[in-house]
Design a protein around this ligand. Structure first.
Ligand code: G3I
Length: 343
């Protein structure tokens, strides 16, 4: 393994560098698999540990893809971030349909969730470094029904089980694997311009949970940025530090910086903006993490531009990762490498 790989450079300062891994490429695509093994010291299943993947049919688990990733990580001396136990998205249809048509009531839903959390965390007990226990339950400025504490009143789990469910999933996960670091994971919760209300809500909510002794260990800022709106790098670092000051660990969990393929509203031509802004923003996010003692990992949300969620979700944008469509390292890769080398 090269001394100038991201993982080797990160190791010198006790910082793990990670990527989300797509099961469709792992093992079957040699170049992809080589990059994952050589460059990264922590891996996240992009989809394989989500509920719809592990329990597509009620009561019958399919752990195959998740197991493959955990085995790969062990063979390559990597840690695993488990992703994710409570989320409104990628739920199995038997669950959402049952709730919608009333055949699954509140008490049963709670039992089902508890079993899901317990079974999945137990299966990988001792093999997961950080679990994203709860994901994206806080309201954005554009969400119509925020609760007074900033939770999203329209979130599937909050709506059906009430806000106490957040503390409960952390307790259930902790019972199943007392050594795993239990994270809350969300986007736009560090370094946002304007009121930064989402950061404040998450900060205050978890300050309370920590004070109550709920077993939460960390906050993950996803780090989905773009080259047009950018972000406030100083505030990013300050916000990560504020989470750290609660006695929590911090991680950047899903970094990517999408560029605008065809956007006439941009002041600077896309190619130029992307060329400078993307490595800059990646670098500022990494540096924010490096400068916060409690920040323990920095993960990119995918390996290369040929395999990313971005164009499917934000039409007209893409090319947000560290490797290009030919799996060659991009300026953003070299920016991170340099930041790590200089630290
Ligand atoms: O598995 C099916 C496949 O059988 C089918 O042929 C194909 C056709 O579209 O779809 C496949 O499922 C897709 C799945 O990714 C696996 O590729 C889904 O349609 C697609 O919606 C799903 O997207 C994922 C997305 O979460 C869904 O919520 C992305 O890969 C994944 O990167 C993205 O990750 C999320 C994090 O978990 C949480 N934070 C935000 C982040 C980006 O949205």
């Amino acid at each position: 393994r090269a001394d100038d790989s991201l993982r080797a450079l990160g190791a010198r300062q006790d910082l793990r560098i990670g990527t989300a891994v797509d099961d469709a490429h792992l093992g079957s695509d040699a170049a992809y698999t080589g990059i994952v093994a050589d460059q990264f010291s922590v891996v996240t299943a992009e989809n394989a540990m989500k509920w719809e993947s592990v329990e597509p049919t009620r009561g019958s688990y399919d752990w195959a893809a998740a197991d493959r990733l955990v085995r790969f990580a062990q063979q390559n001396d990597q840690s695993v971030r488990g992703h994710t136990l409570l989320w409104h998205n990628q739920l199995p249809s038997w669950l959402t349909t049952g709730v919608a048509d009333g055949t699954i009531g509140t008490a049963e839903l709670r039992d089902i969730l508890r079993k899901h959390v317990t079974d999945e965390v137990t299966r990988y007990r001792g093999k997961i470094w950080q679990w994203d226990v709860a994901n994206e339950v806080f309201a954005n400025s554009w969400d119509p029904n925020p609760l007074p504490n900033g939770l999203n009143g329209d979130d599937f789990w909050i709506k059906n089980l009430g806000e106490g469910v957040i503390a409960d999933v952390f307790r259930w996960a902790h019972q199943a694997d007392p050594k795993a670091l239990l994270f809350y994971n969300d986007y736009n919760i560090a370094g946002q311009d304007g009121s930064n209300a989402k950061f404040q809500a998450v900060h205050d909510f978890f300050a309370k949970l920590v004070a109550q002794g709920v077993p939460v260990n960390g906050i993950g800022e996803q780090g989905h940025l773009d080259t047009q709106y950018g972000f406030d790098a100083q505030r990013f670092q300050a916000d990560l530090q504020s989470y750290g000051d609660l006695g929590l660990k911090v991680a950047v969990t899903e970094a990517d910086v999408r560029t605008f393929v065809n956007n006439s509203t941009e002041q600077v031509p896309t190619s130029q903006l992307a060329a400078f802004a993307q490595p800059f923003e990646f670098s500022e996010m990494l540096k924010g993490c490096q400068l916060v003692r409690q920040c323990i990992s920095f993960t990119a949300w995918g390996v290369y531009d040929g395999d990313s969620w971005i164009p499917g979700t934000f039409a007209g944008t893409g090319y947000g990762l560290l490797y290009d469509v030919a799996m060659k390292p991009k300026p953003a890769y070299y920016a991170l490498q340099q930041d790590l080398a200089l630290a």
